[in-house]
Ligand binder design. Sequence first.
Ligand SMILES: Cc1cc2nc3c(=O)[nH]c(=O)nc-3n(C[C@H](O)[C@H](O)[C@H](O)COP(=O)(O)OP(=O)(O)OC[C@H]3O[C@@H](n4cnc5c(N)ncnc54)[C@H](O)[C@@H]3O)c2cc1C
Length: 466
Amino acid sequence: MNLVVIGGGVTALAAAHRATELARERRVDLDVRVVEARDRLGGTIATERTDGFLIEAGPDSFLSEKPWALDLSRRLGLESRLVRTDDRFRKVFVWFRGRLHPLPDGFQLLAPTRLAPFAGSSLFSWRGKVRMALDLMLPRGGGALGDDESLGAFVRRRLGREALERVAQPLVAGIYTADPEELSVAATVPRFVEVERRHRSVILGLRRGLAQAPLPGTSGARWSLFVTFADGMQTLVTTLADRLPDSAIVLGQRVSAVERDGGRWRVTSSEGARFEADRVIVAAEAHVAARLLRYVDPALATLLGDIEYAGAATVSLGFRRADVPHPLDGFGFVVPRSEGKAVLAATFSSVKYPGRAPAGHVLIRCFLGGALNAEILREDDASLIGRARAELGDALGITAEPVLVRASRWPASMPQYRVGHLARIDAIEHRARALPGLHLAGAAYRGVGIADCVRAGEAAAEAAFV
Ligand SMILES: Cc1cc2nc3c(=O)[nH]c(=O)nc-3n(C[C@H](O)[C@H](O)[C@H](O)COP(=O)(O)OP(=O)(O)OC[C@H]3O[C@@H](n4cnc5c(N)ncnc54)[C@H](O)[C@@H]3O)c2cc1C
């Protein structure tokens, strides 16, 4: 079987790797090519080691709650290289009105589950707290079963405006770098939709759920909620690539056309490479898939092109520990949109994970951009770094010069799961099924995280072997 995988991010590599596993199991003669436009693998995953700092330009961890990346790491023999978060510092702060307020203990992404820390929290006003508690009494709401609504509408309806503006927007919409008024609640936090459907009250439902099944990472689970590799996320990329046959990786070839050729497929690149394939997995971004498939199925291409993307940037700053007055007793902070800051969130990387900074130093990483602040990516690196430094100065009291600075840009890299996303993906999958031998996978469809991408890539490889 000739298999061409378009893209060289984690989705593509997981797909190619799963294909080689299946070929071995089923004794199929497989010729696999992973065709990547850039001269490096990994897509948004990029780790750098400099002067004792370990800097993640893109993702810094993956969720262990979703099992697929963890399972793959085990199959690759990487379990001993995984590291967990230092859960002594699990606290997350919200930078609100000039102060870092700890998110109250027991706050589950959108809603409180423990009364005392919530009641005593400085993050919410008394009116805001009473409004959140109203969730205990409110009837079920929303539209008809199966209808989607925005994260903004859902949280406002159940828990009120403060819960939305001070927590849901910076925490949930922050992960998706999205506008909460556009973000699909069904596609991003389906658990909360299900909790309302089953229990009516989100707070009561979460409390009952916790009593039955404690969250992973909170009660003696082997892994913390987020895990990474001692040598950074690039470990996953290089190990996957190493397990593929030597001929599999084709770098520096930007695929420009995918065409049907009888029962087979022809894939060509702008640089002139040409591949004949029985199966093709398109694991590049949806806007790329849309362009590549516009003559194969224009309606499918339109649906793919409708998935919008936002850009993001990260600025990593290394400081001498003595130059940071704040105790850094948490994983970092998020910033509500209403604060009008450039930084969406900051991670205290060297507190959260071991081995990120040399002795006596700390590494802090700021996240900027997203759908609500797209224009900031037009600024040059010096300006992004200047903003990150100034805002870290305000939040943490740092005035000293950093000893290390890195800025990385990821334009059009974050798919936006807008209201109706799941229906759009159903339609995309329906049309794609009518194209035998062609499969789509990646962050644009059914989950944006690394774990989701591993699952999507592996599922595409399995479908290619049916
Ligand atoms: C700054 C940032 C931080 C993140 N943090 C986290 C995190 O901590 N945890 C987490 O789970 N997720 C995180 N994510 C999300 C996660 O990184 C991505 O969803 C995931 O890596 C996407 O993988 P992918 O392979 O689907 O796509 P990508 O990594 O985008 O890879 C797509 C690849 O296709 C290539 N390509 C594009 N066009 C062509 C073409 N015509 N021909 C050939 N190749 C082409 C691209 O060059 C690229 O290498 C983060 C994302 C960003 C941007």
